[in-house]
Design a protein around this ligand. Structure first.
Ligand code: ADP
Ligand code: MG
Length: 780
């Protein structure tokens, strides 16, 4: 066979030829578009391009015809470009394909400029078309050469059985390098299902570049590769021969990536489908209530669990308003949650009572979120949990109280004996008094009266102690001298632990003051002593100590001390000690190693709670067989006033109530009378009321009072706390003193006690009352 044109050999030759053609390409045509008339005329090239005869060329063509020769794929882009020009752009510069006679395609570069009239309307659009087909081919080849692992070139002349190829062409097919390859040889390495790489019989039409992807099985490696073939049929102007020439290059890598993407896409779909299925299963099988609703509360979907929980069939629930099913008391807040959700679209949790078909209310704990215009709610029926929690709280409260009573019981046992002694002292004194008076020896009466009085006051102080322990609630945190407190407890403790155990007291005489509820501290101390006694069943030694303590940085870190200065109250024993396991659990509520009936496991837990509440800490040091020491750290009080626990009259400076008015409210006549009398004697103006309503009447017409003293439990509509609140509406900082038996004190004590409100527990003596009122008025 005759080899094709010699410059077609090898890649370099092909590129050179293209360059040559490119340099010869010049202006194809120029046009002049008269915009007001809409006619477009041009030069000879323009007439050839549009196949116009003389007359047509003179008349010019219309815009529709102008665009007609542009390749359909490029038309929209070019029309837009021209449109932009007419609307104000100045320069037009675009590359596009034109389809010539016989379907031949050329790439052109159009450059134009628009001129405008005085009022800035587009007037003329003049431009030229330059043929850039060759340039485009070179660009394309360079692009391919850069992107693929080299290109192979080929040229085939119609009718021949061999193809002229480049060395790289052979390499890409896995064949020995050659300049000519039989079509058979080429077709043999192709995948049987792919069309022949080079057209053996019919040539592709002379037109745009044709391209096809092929698979080859390389005979050298047996490997399968993907190739791209791009080629073009050209008619040789001299000989009339049809030549098909072009390039091949490897696209296996691109195919692989494409395949991966396709698979990823497929599995993605699979995964989405799976997830949807999961979600459906969840919806159907979940034990949780799930529903969707609109923001106005209209239910749009419910799951089977929801049907089960509410009792109505799905048809009855969908379309119904969710809020109709909410307990009237919870409705407003539920609507508020929905409104909030509409604003923020975050997850919200709340609980409310939902009505069910059988007419009962169920507590549902909801997690709700929204997306666009729908609310998604997942709920759990917590009715049973709620009831259990309430029951537990009640039981805990009861246990706490019983633990307290247990301690009281421990005390009473020790005190009963003393009490009998004291009562005997009183009865005997009274009998002797009676006898002496009968004998006419009245002058000696004073001795017996004195003896009876002293026994009675000791008995009173003992009952006071007892009742202080029995009191359910906490009192004010006040500046407290722990030394005084410990000394005051000494006798009681000794009696409680029994004669087998020696009680040593080791006090720091320069002890700082601390601020805490003295009754709770007494209770804590007593509990520690009872624990120590239980740890020394056959007797031993118990040491109660007080000390000042300064925490350094290390202490603060390891023991979680917030402050630096503390007062320490410690109770140490030489008993059984605790194993590490017991030690770690000792503070746990209800943890006890004692037999049922003996321990509640609440002693240390309450001590811990008290210490933490008072901004302090508790530490236990204990070793099995080596005894135990418990230290309570309470923050130092740096004020100056020392107010000792339950006061004695001598400690109180008498004060004058001149020009001060006190309102006393108590339904118990004897108590009211006593308080009124004592305060009147001090010079106060005293008003009295037997119940809340009467008290409010006195307060009504702008009753100017300086102090309100009130019982907490009062008959009628208002209790003491409500009277105080009403009085404080008139004067916000009005000092209030509640006098109360332990049962009602919960209403006014603990953390809810506002500043300026105080408590004096009943029973109290005259001195207690005077001291308390004095200290309150001193702060005014
Ligand atoms: P309870 O005294 O009712 O058992 P506590 O909370 O007071 O409850 O104490 C919990 C447990 O800690 C006790 O049961 C005991 O095992 C241990 N424990 C407390 N104090 C001491 C101590 N001083 N010596 C030995 N073990 C103690
Ligand atoms: Mg205990």
């Amino acid at each position: 066979m005759t080899p094709p044109g010699q410059e077609s050999r090898g890649e370099q030759a092909a590129l050179d030829r293209l360059h040559a053609r490119l340099s010869s390409s010049g202006v194809m045509a120029s046009w002049d578009w008269d915009i007001p008339s809409g006619r477009i005329r041009g030069d000879a090239g323009f007439a050839t391009l549009y196949s116009l005869n003389q007359e047509q060329a003179e008349q010019g063509i219309a815009a529709a015809e102008f665009f007609a020769i542009i390749h359909p794929q490029d038309q929209p882009r070019i029309r837009l470009g021209v449109g932009g020009l007419l609307r104000g752009a100045d320069v037009f510069s675009k590359e596009f394909r034109v389809v010539l006679g016989g379907g031949r395609i050329r790439w052109v570069h159009a450059r134009g400029r628009c001129t405008r009239d005085k009022v800035d309307r587009a007037e003329r659009f003049i431009g030229t078309l330059v043929d850039i087909t060759e340039q485009k081919r070179v660009e394309e080849k360079l692009r391919i050469a850069q992107s693929a692992g080299g290109i192979g070139t080929f040229e085939y002349v119609q009718g021949f059985a061999t193809v002229s190829v480049s060395a790289h062409f052979c390499r890409l097919l896995g064949l020995q390098p050659a300049q000519e390859l039989p079509l058979r040889t080429i077709n043999r390495v192709l995948h049987p299902r792919d069309a022949p790489l080079i057209f053996p019989s019919s040539m592709p039409p002379v037109s745009d570049i044709s391209q096809a992807e092929f698979r080859v099985r390389r005979p050298d490696t047996g490997e399968e590769r993907w190739l791209m073939r791009r080629g073009e049929t050209v008619e040789d102007t001299d000989t009339g021969e049809l030549r098909f020439s072009g390039v091949i290059y490897d696209i296996t890598e691109g195919k692989r990536v494409e395949e991966q993407l396709r698979r990823l896409n497929e599995t993605l779909e699979e995964r989405v489908a799976e997830r949807t299925a999961d979600r459906n299963r969840l919806w159907h099988l979940a034990a949780d209530i799930m529903l969707m609703a609109r923001f106005d509360g209209t239910i749009t979907a419910v799951n089977p669990a929801c049907v089960g929980a509410f009792g109505w069939p799905e048809e009855a629930l969908v379309g119904r308003n969710l809020f109709d099913l909410v307990h009237p008391d919870d409705r407003a807040s539920a609507q508020g949650e929905f409104a909030e959700l509409e604003q923020t679209e975050t997850l919200r949790r709340f609980e409310n009572r939902q009505g069910t078909r059988d007419g009962t209310w169920h507590w549902i704990s909801w997690s709700v979120t929204s997306s666009r215009d729908l609310i998604y709610a997942v709920g759990r029926d917590v009715t049973v949990e709620k009831a259990q929690a309430e029951a537990l709280q009640l039981t805990e409260e009861q246990l706490r109280q019983s633990q307290k009573m247990e301690a009281v019981g421990q005390l009473t046992g020790g005190l009963a004996h003393d009490f009998n002694n004291l009562l005997t002292g009183i009865t005997v004194s009274l009998e002797l008094l009676k006898t002496r008076i009968g004998q006419g020896r009245a002058a000696e009466a004073g001795r017996y009266i004195g003896a009876a009085q002293s026994a009675a006051s000791r008995a009173a102080s003992l009952t006071h102690r007892l009742l202080a322990f029995a009191r359910r609630q906490t009192l004010d945190a006040v500046p407290t001298d722990a030394n005084t407190l410990v000394m005051g407890m000494h006798e009681l403790i000794q009696r409680t632990v029994g004669p087998e155990i020696a009680v040593d007291i080791a006090l720091d005489k320069d002890l700082w003051l601390t601020c805490c509820d003295p009754n709770q501290l007494e209770n804590a101390l007593l509990n520690l002593c009872i624990n120590a006694r239980d740890a020394m069943p056959s007797g031993g030694r118990l040491t109660i100590g007080t000390a000042n303590f300064v925490a350094d940085a290390l202490h603060q870190k390891t023991f979680d001390f917030q402050a630096t200065h503390y007062v320490v109250i410690s109770v140490a024993d030489i008993g059984t000690g605790m194993s590490p396991e017991v030690l770690t659990r000792a503070f746990d509520p209800f943890f006890t190693t004692k037999p049922i009936g003996q321990g509640t496991g609440l002693g240390l837990s309450m001590i811990y709670g008290f210490a933490r509440q008072s901004a302090g800490q508790v530490r236990i040091d204990s070793q099995l067989g080596a005894g135990t020491s418990v230290r309570i750290f309470l923050p130092r009080y740096s004020g100056h006033v020392a107010v000792s626990a339950p006061s004695s009259a001598s400690a109180v400076a008498y004060h004058s109530g001149q020009e001060r008015t006190v309102l006393v409210v108590d339904d118990e006549v004897s108590v009211r009378m006593m308080v009124v009398e004592v305060l009147s004697e001090l010079g106060y103006e005293v008003l009295e009321a037997a119940d809340g309503a009467a008290a409010l009447k006195i307060l009504e017409p702008d009753g100017q009072i300086d102090l309100l003293i009130s019982d907490v439990g009062l008959p009628g509509t208002h209790n003491g706390r409500q009277v105080a609140d009403a009085a404080r509406v008139r004067r916000a900082d009005l000092p209030v003193l509640f006098i109360t038996g332990y049962d009602q004190s919960a209403a006014v004590t603990g953390s809810s006690l506002e500043s300026g409100m105080h408590v004096l527990p009943k029973p109290f003596g005259i001195a207690d009352l005077v001291a308390k009122v004095g200290s309150i008025m001193a702060r005014q």
